[in-house]
Design a protein around this ligand. Structure first.
Ligand code: ATP
Length: 687
């Protein structure tokens, strides 16, 4: 995709007026709530445009080439040496060849018998042939070296990118600016790969050009400036076009991503049923076309600009060429230059012109690719800034209490990005409510602690902070008195197992979907079986077409689809296989049948008996009856804490009691025919 934006994901034909772009297309507004184009203001904010000024880029280029060479060095040193040496030899052989050609011409055009002149030119002719052979061999070595090097450089760059991204705090991954950078930087690996190829070309063309320039300067000092003059317009044109492409790419990046999203929504298995039953297909297609047309307009605008710039450059090149050949003619006519020298000069101008044009084009390509490599480099720097700190205080082996102390937390504020004028009015201004406010609560180790409350009350947020995925804005999370910020995070995570509401369904085999809970140990089939039994997934796995080896992803050969409840069992098995001291289970039974739900809660209870801490988030209040401690949250604040009995008998106005009453009534009203409802039983028992 890179600068080409691709359809719908892509960018623009008839120029779209700026004001119209700023308002966004109908599809953008309807589907995404506003225009998707980034404003130049954002780009300035991120120094992207600053870095694109020619002078700034000229200063950056050596550094970015060095960055790529370092990548190549770590990818395959031998191949790098082969490429470097191959290109150097090729360039030198071209230079020697030009000198030899000059010698052949001078000898053949000299005075004397033709047989004698040809005979005298034979050594130089052999020289031309030999340099041709050496050049071809060097070229072959360089080509094969580049072929080996390129994919490795891309792999090393991609690995570096992914390794950095995987090490950043969750808050960074959710941050809109960091996401934009990840978007633009992902093309850096491909660009680094292309830069290797271009760099090798640059070495070759540079050496050839220096040779031709040397010959020209020796022939007559005026020839070299003429040659440079001929190449200038084309250089200007290609640099200008590269800048325009990159600027457009930056601006349309988010639009491209949204376009790809639309395409994928029609291809993936997840939305496939809804796409059909709800007839979403034609709707999405309609908007795909709408977004494509907007981006086609940008492509056309770019193409028109490109054509204009190229036309101007061609005209200027024509004038410069006429000037160069007229000067050569004048030198010949005035007898300043002999015919043989003029012949060599024409050859040198042609060869030097070709080398210089190639050199300029390659430097220009280098410049364009360097823009993307620079994004990659910037991402690595930003990722390092947001990196999860390594090391820290060790966790005591025997923990007794985790305490939230006056914890206030806001999620990374993507809505409040006021730097971007595309922001829908009012959003940024709206004060965001904290997800947690002054929360103080205890999680005694080895106990079952339940978090309950209405949707959006902050239960999952508490569990994520507990798991060290975010840090509080205010307040502290103390692990036996030590602030979690100072603890070694990798140690902290080794103690935690999580089954989130949206735990990931890996498109891998059933075995890997459980074993991925603990990848730092060799695969242990016995432990896998035990975890499956624990989660009540033994029968389900045994009945899968290939048992543990069944691929759990429709759309691949042999892929199998599980039901929501079956996936939930695997999620529980995964957390159990992780075998961590603190287990966080967020709505573990929402998709389970009644029997399975009872079994799961029973097993969760037994975990606490073996000394593990269970943090249980659930809306089924009857299931928290056996919790040692229940925290009730409302609108991000802690309302009540206590045991089931304490909370029920506290007061009629208690939040827990109110929620519990609502659920209890539902079941009582639904008593089976011939059965007494609990209320009726209570009433008659009282009598
Ligand atoms: N990743 C996020 N980024 C921004 N805001 C978030 C994020 N996750 C949750 N929120 C917001 O934080 C608040 C608390 O959400 P949380 O998921 O903790 O609630 P919850 O009690 O677990 O709700 P539920 O019962 O629906 O799972 C909500 O207002 C929600 O919109």
């Amino acid at each position: 995709m890179k600068a080409e934006h691709g359809k719908a994901g892509t960018a623009p034909q008839a120029a779209v007026p700026e004001a119209e772009e700023a308002r966004g297309s109908q599809s953008e507004n309807l589907l995404f709530g506003g225009p998707l184009l980034y404003t130049a203001r954002w780009a300035h904010h991120n120094e992207a445009f600053f870095a694109m000024s020619l002078w700034a880029m000229a200063l950056q280029l050596p550094r970015l080439v060095a960055f790529t060479v370092r990548l190549a060095w770590s990818a395959d040193r031998r191949a790098l040496w082969t490429v470097g040496a191959g290109e150097l030899v090729r360039g030198i052989s071209q230079a020697i060849s030009l000198v030899a050609v000059n010698s052949v011409l001078a000898t053949v055009l000299a005075t004397g018998s033709i047989g004698h002149r040809v005979q005298a030119a034979i050594p130089a002719m052999i020289g031309v042939a030999a340099t041709g052979v050496i050049g071809a061999l060097a070229n072959a070595a360089s080509t094969s070296g580049t072929g080996r090097l390129e994919p490795k450089v891309e792999r090393v760059a991609t690995e570096t990118y992914l390794a950095h991204v995987a090490r950043v705090e969750l808050a960074a991954i959710e941050d809109a600016d960091f996401n934009r950078l990840m978007d633009s930087a992902q093309y850096g690996a491909g660009a680094a790969r292309r830069m290797v190829n271009i760099c090798t070309g640059v070495i070759g063309s540079l050496v050839s050009f220096v040779a031709a320039a040397g010959v020209l300067t020796v022939l007559h000092p005026v020839l070299l400036p003429l040659l440079v003059l001929m190449t200038l317009p084309r250089s200007w044109a290609s640099l200008r076009n590269a800048r325009a492409r990159y600027a457009s790419y930056l601006r349309w990046m988010q639009h491209s991503r949204a376009g790809r999203l639309l395409v994928q929504s029609l291809m993936q298995t997840g939305p496939a049923p809804e796409v059909r039953v709800h007839g979403v297909g034609p709707f999405v297609l309609h908007h795909f076309r709408g977004m494509s047309e907007t981006s086609e307009a940008e492509q056309s605008r770019l193409a028109a600009g490109r054509a204009r710039v190229r036309l101007t450059a061609s005209a200027l090149t024509g004038v410069a060429a006429a000037l160069a050949y007229a000067s050569l003619g004048a030198l010949l006519a005035t007898g300043v230059m002999s015919l043989s020298i003029a012949g060599t000069a024409v050859l040198a101008i042609r060869s030097g012109g070709q080398s210089l044009t190639t050199l300029v084009l390659q430097v220009n390509n280098l410049y364009e690719e360097a823009c993307y490599v620079q994004d990659l480099e910037r991402l690595l720097q930003e990722a390092a800034r947001h990196e999860i700190p390594a090391g820290g205080l060790p966790l005591p082996d025997e923990l007794s209490l985790i305490r939230f102390e006056d914890v206030t937390f806001h999620y990374p504020d993507d809505a409040g990005d006021t730097d971007d004028t595309d922001e829908p009015e009012g959003l940024a201004a709206k004060e965001k409510r904290p997800a947690l406010k002054d929360v103080t609560l205890d999680i005694p180790v080895g106990k079952i602690v339940a978090l309950v409350g209405e949707n959006g009350s902050g239960k999952t947020t508490v569990s994520k902070l507990l798991a060290g995925l975010y840090q509080p804005d205010e307040g502290r999370i103390l692990w036996d008195g030590t602030d979690a910020r100072d603890l070694d995070r990798s140690q902290l995570w080794s103690r935690i197992g999580m089954v989130g509401q949206d735990f990931h369904r890996w498109p891998f085999t059933c075995r890997m979907n459980v074993a991925i809970g603990r990848t730092d140990r060799p695969l242990d089939q016995q432990a896998l079986d035990a975890a499956a039994t624990y989660a009540g997934a033994g029968k389900l796995i045994a009945e899968l077409p290939r048992g543990w080896d069944t691929l759990l992803s429709k759309g691949y050969k042999g892929g199998h689809q599980l039901s929501g409840g079956q996936w939930q069992r695997l999620g529980i098995a995964r957390a159990r296989y992780r075998d961590a001291g603190i287990l966080i289970v967020d709505e573990p039974t929402s998709a389970l049948d009644a029997k399975a739900e009872l079994e799961v809660f029973d097993r969760i209870r037994k975990l606490a008996d073996s000394g593990r801490t269970v943090v249980l988030i659930t809306h089924r209040l009857a299931s928290v009856r056996h919790a040692d401690l229940i925290h009730v949250l409302e609108e991000g604040e802690l309302r009540e804490s206590g045991t089931f009995e304490e909370l029920l008998h506290k007061s009629a106005a208690g939040v827990f009691r109110e929620l519990y009453e609502m659920q209890r009534v539902q079941y009582q009203d639904a008593a089976l025919p011939g059965q007494r409802t609990a209320d009726a039983a209570e009433r008659s028992d009282a009598r």
